[in-house]
Every structure is written in structure tokens, then in C-alpha cells.
Design a protein around this ligand. Structure first.
Ligand code: BTN
Length: 237
């Protein structure tokens, strides 16, 4: 495991993707990113003070590939657990598929990409950074709530270490325990939500539990439907 540190970089995900000789659990950390990327082609604002990092996870060929379909949920679970240890008095919520919410606003996002036999797991957390005016109504920074100044690198290392342990726990057959914790913190539960499909279609419904398949159960017109990770975008109705 190596740590690559940057004051400024385009994107820590892009850096690890392009790294020639990759090693499991290599980490890239940046103070700021000029081209921070979010899911669905969104930009991830990376103002100084936040945690912006990525790490590599090597696919284990002895594990069935379908086990990896829940990777984003396991990563989200692990991140939430570490944040809970840092600030036990705060109520972090898990927004399926892998965002962490605090006071109804986004605190952290995760972008997982695959290159060859590696997953690049990129995480952005608003810690000491300011939130830009134009996203103030949807994003939140932890330091603004607690009025603390966090030691960003220390937090990043403990997140990655805990993820290593939690991934081990997951691959050793403990999905049901993780799932039950995620459902206790399921931000979308009983919320009116809008589901947008890539082809532009939209459906409105009420968010229910995360199913053991990793899918989200949604009540639509009196009937339960299940939605796959990656297939949809969810917003408040
Ligand atoms: C999202 O919520 O859309 C995912 C945001 C992921 C942002 C992180 S910051 C570190 C890493 N590098 C990137 O370019 N993106 C991820």
C-alpha cells in the first residue's frame, strides 16, 4: 500500500486509473482537484479543506463477480461507520446507493470505476471546506456543524483501514448484518422520490427498504418495484 499525495491534481480517480504499476490499496490524496468527477458525469467541487481521495481494490478472482455488485453499498456502509466513530452525536444517513447525508444534505459522495482487474474507489467528503453558494441548499460540510478543524489525512487513512476490514467482513458472508445496518439508516425510507432513467423516463414513488439483492424497493401506484444500482437517479419528489 502506497500513499500518493498531491496539493492539486485533476482527479485522484483519474490518477489511479492511469497508474502503470498498480498495487492493492494504493491511495491517492489531494488537497484540491481541478477536475473532480462525480457520478453521471457531474463535477465534484473540491475546495481546499475537504477530503478527496481514491484507493485501489484488486478484484479477487476466487470471489464470484456478482458479489461485487454490492460493492458501492458496502463502501457506503463502511464510510458511514467511520464517520459515526468520529462524530457519534451526529445522525449520518445512508442514501442508496452510496451517498452519506447529514441534516438532509449531501456530506459525501462515492465514485467507483473499474479498470482492468482493479476497482478505483473515489470518495469526497466535505470536512473543513466551505460549501459553494450555488449548492448550499443541497450540500453540507461537517466542520460547519461541529465547528472543528479535522485532520484530513488521519481521517482518510482510518477510512481506508476500516474499509479493508469491512470488505473482508462482507466477503466472509456477513452481507445480512451490513444490510440490516444500512436499512436502519436508509435515508430514502418512506420518502417521496422521483426515479429518473437514462432514457429520460421518470417514475414517482415511495422509497422502502434496501433488499438483500442490493436493490431498492419502491412503492409505485400501490405495487412494489425493485430498482438496480446504477440504473437510476433518485431525487426528492
Ligand atoms: C458523487 O457523489 O457523484 C461522487 C463524488 C466522488 C468524488 C470523489 S473526490 C475524490 C475522487 N476523485 C474524483 O474525481 N472523484 C472522487
Amino acid at each position: 500500500m502506497r500513499i500518493f499525495r498531491f496539493n492539486e491534481i485533476d482527479s485522484t480517480n483519474t490518477f489511479l486509473k492511469n497508474l502503470k504499476e498498480k498495487e492493492n490499496y494504493d491511495i491517492a490524496i489531494a488537497k484540491t482537484q481541478t477536475l473532480g468527477r462525480g457520478r453521471r458525469g457531474n463535477k465534484w467541487f473540491s475546495e481546499e479543506g475537504g477530503a478527496y481521495f481514491s484507493f485501489l481494490l484488486k478484484e479477487d478472482k476466487n470471489i464470484a463477480f456478482e458479489e461485487y455488485t454490492k460493492l458501492s453499498l458496502v463502501i457506503g456502509y463502511s464510510l458511514m461507520k467511520t464517520l459515526e466513530k468520529i462524530e457519534p452525536q451526529l445522525e449520518f444517513m445512508f442514501k442508496w446507493t452510496n451517498d452519506i447525508y447529514l441534516f438532509d444534505k449531501k456530506l459525501s459522495g462515492i465514485l467507483i470505476e473499474k479498470i482492468g482487474e482493479y476497482f478505483v474507489i473515489g470518495i469526497g467528503i466535505n470536512l473543513n471546506n466551505e460549501i459553494k453558494k450555488d449548492v448550499e441548499n443541497i450540500a453540507i460540510s461537517m466542520g460547519k456543524i461541529t465547528l472543528k478543524k479535522y485532520k484530513v489525512e488521519e481521517i482518510i487513512i482510518s477510512i481506508v483501514e476500516n474499509m479493508k476490514k469491512d470488505l473482508h467482513f462482507y466477503f466472509n458472508g456477513n452481507w445480512e448484518i451490513i444490510l440490516s445496518d444500512l436499512n436502519k439508516k436508509n435515508y430514502l425510507y418512506e420518502k417521496n422520490i422521483k426515479i429518473s432513467f437514462e432514457n429520460g423516463e421518470e417514475k414517482k414513488g415511495i422509497g422502502l427498504n434496501i433488499h438483500r439483492s442490493g436493490e431498492l424497493r419502491v412503492k409505485i401506484g400501490g405495487k412494489d418495484e425493485f430498482f438496480n444500482i446504477g440504473e437510476i437517479h433518485i431525487s426528492k419528489n
